[in-house]
Design a protein around this ligand. Sequence first.
Ligand code: SAM
Ligand code: SF4
Length: 348
Amino acid sequence: MEHNLSGAARPIQRLRKMNTAAEGCTMRDAFGREINYMRLSVTDRCNLRCRYCMPIEGVPPTSHTDILRYEELLRVAQAAVSLGIDRFKVTGGEPLVRRGIVDFIRSLKALPGIKQVTLTTNGLLLPPLLDGLLDAGLDAVNISLDTRDNAQYQAITRSSHTADEVLHAVRLCAGRLPTKVNAVLLSETAAQLVPLARLAEELPVDVRFIERMPLGVTDIAAEPVHREVIGRLRAVWPDLAPVHERRGNGPARYFASSGLRGCIGLIEAVSHAFCASCNRVRLTSTGLLKPCLCYEQGTDLKPLLRGGADDAALRDAIEQAVRGKPAAHCFAERQAVTERKNMNQIGG
Ligand code: SAM
Ligand code: SF4
């Protein structure tokens, strides 16, 4: 299969299309997809070492000077908003380990034109920060939890933390702001499908099951994918059926049941390519703007930010990255994956 790595090889549409002032700006890539969502990684550090995300020895910490300062991240966000990217997901590493994160989210949310700021976290540091985050205007949170079993949680995260700590954070968030629980599907957690889905029965939260993506150096071989997730959940909630309304900015397919307060989501990153409707770019904590998860290509914004480039140059660089967004990822053919970074360095 041929991978179209460069939109530049195709006839380029006028990339930016100004709508009415009230509608703001819309940016489309070379394949006509509207790009309105940026994952913004604020750190590559983390208080966990999840087996599918980081190698056991961890990754050498990036020096502080290589990580974008909050003012630099805000400058990129402002330029992105002016191009039509108005939804941001703050990610990492673990974003809550970075000092000043609540004030950063407050400043991000206050940028004119921003529609939504959400956060993805492992939840461990969330409880004492929750009131501040709500006050800062955080719109929604995703909390990662792959198992409700404490011993299994410790094995997967290679830490002494427990699933109970994460569940505490989930319970605090539920009902106070839109909350999603994200579980990466692993063969060892097959028995956790129903216990995890029960969170959507107990609480007003969505529970989403994510196919593990073959990225970075990990110590696990590829697991068989749980293709039968919905079938197995239907044994407990027989009326589980697809929901057609759009929920959030992501590629999840959602299912609802009269017995559940939240929805069940499936993020089939590998088996069910959703690239045709991809709306996102990713900014790593060191300033690389990545148009697609599985390729190492990106546009390095740090030299511009630190070299005195003006806002127009920054906008041009963002447009250049969007122009280079490939048609699709290549996870089905591992040899075509050129990204060598781990997920904690990319932001998920
Ligand atoms: N530390 C935060 C957390 O765990 O939510 C934010 C960063 S983490 C890299 C973002 C998301 O990526 C998490 O939901 C995590 O489970 C997911 N993730 C990490 N490695 C993955 C992989 N190889 N395949 C699929 N999802 C992965
Ligand atoms: Fe840390 Fe999140 Fe990666 Fe786990 S998935 S090691 S919590 S960055």
